[in-house]
Design a protein around this ligand. Sequence first.
Ligand code: ZN
Ligand code: ZN
Length: 346
Amino acid sequence: MNNRLSRLRAQMAEARLDALLITDRKNVFYVSGFSGTAGYLLITYTEQLLVTDSRYTEQAAKQAIGFTVEDVADFRLETFAGKGKIGFEDLSITFAEYKRFAEKLGELTPIGKMLLNLRAIKDVAEIDAVRKACEITDRAFSHILTVLRAGMTEREVAIELEFFMRREGASGMSFDTIVASGARGSLPHGAPTDKIIAPLELVTMDFGCVYNGYCSDMTRTVGVGDITIGQNEVYGAVLSAQELVLEHIAPGRTGRQMHALAADFLNESFPGRFGHGLGHGVGLDIHEEPSLSPRSEHILVPGNIVSVEPGVYLPGECGVRIEDLVLITPDGYENFTHSAKELRIV
Ligand code: ZN
Ligand code: ZN
């Protein structure tokens, strides 16, 4: 935890800040370890304060090791006014909150992605939590293969996945589970419906859970009963695109380069049918830095955790997406998603 604070202070110094206000819940947790839902941090070079209300002061004292916990009822934030340049989290604060802080502190300086950039490089505890979340998602996929059959609805499949992950120790889902079958598969983010899954359909399942505060994210597409030659071609192309990226992903490559590898490959057989970014960072949030997209100049470094999820979507016909979560390592990557990727027919 102290390591996170010292990395943060180095960033504050680079931005010539004298103090930093942290209001985003995930960032409060990241920097202090405090998991309550109300409170903010005030960081200077000599002090770290956690200000919360009486519901949380006891919990905060236990979780936020090394922090001075202040009860908001007695704390006088205005004493920090005029003590130099104070940074604030412009990307996540509400306008009302901003006004409340600015009334007491005067002018505040936006810090943009400072915290998000720190969070993009995971430490050992974070890597361990994401790995464990991915183990649960892998087990959920094995489980759903024994359950998923023609005649079930998409919603039933989603509930089965979610119930299994909760039973295996997940504290929640990292996003709304996606189950899209048949022609609905062309919706990259198809929410599960009461549509009945039929033979000769592909079913795309995109799901993830939260473990110790950290997210997992995986997608597999399976066939029901049997599949057509056309569906098999789509599946083969998406799998080859993903394997191509995994052959090249490594420190030093940019997010844009990784996206282009998959997009150029898929555009040869299915022009314009891979419309979204190749991947995104995953951690405390399901979508965080760095992104693997056409505009991402982010240079991958060891400690980044990113999804690799090419897809092909044919409106009125079907869709295929395959997604793994990988940790960038000094020599390349470690794949956290172990589920087999050859097309499974259930
Ligand atoms: Zn996903
Ligand atoms: Zn994803």
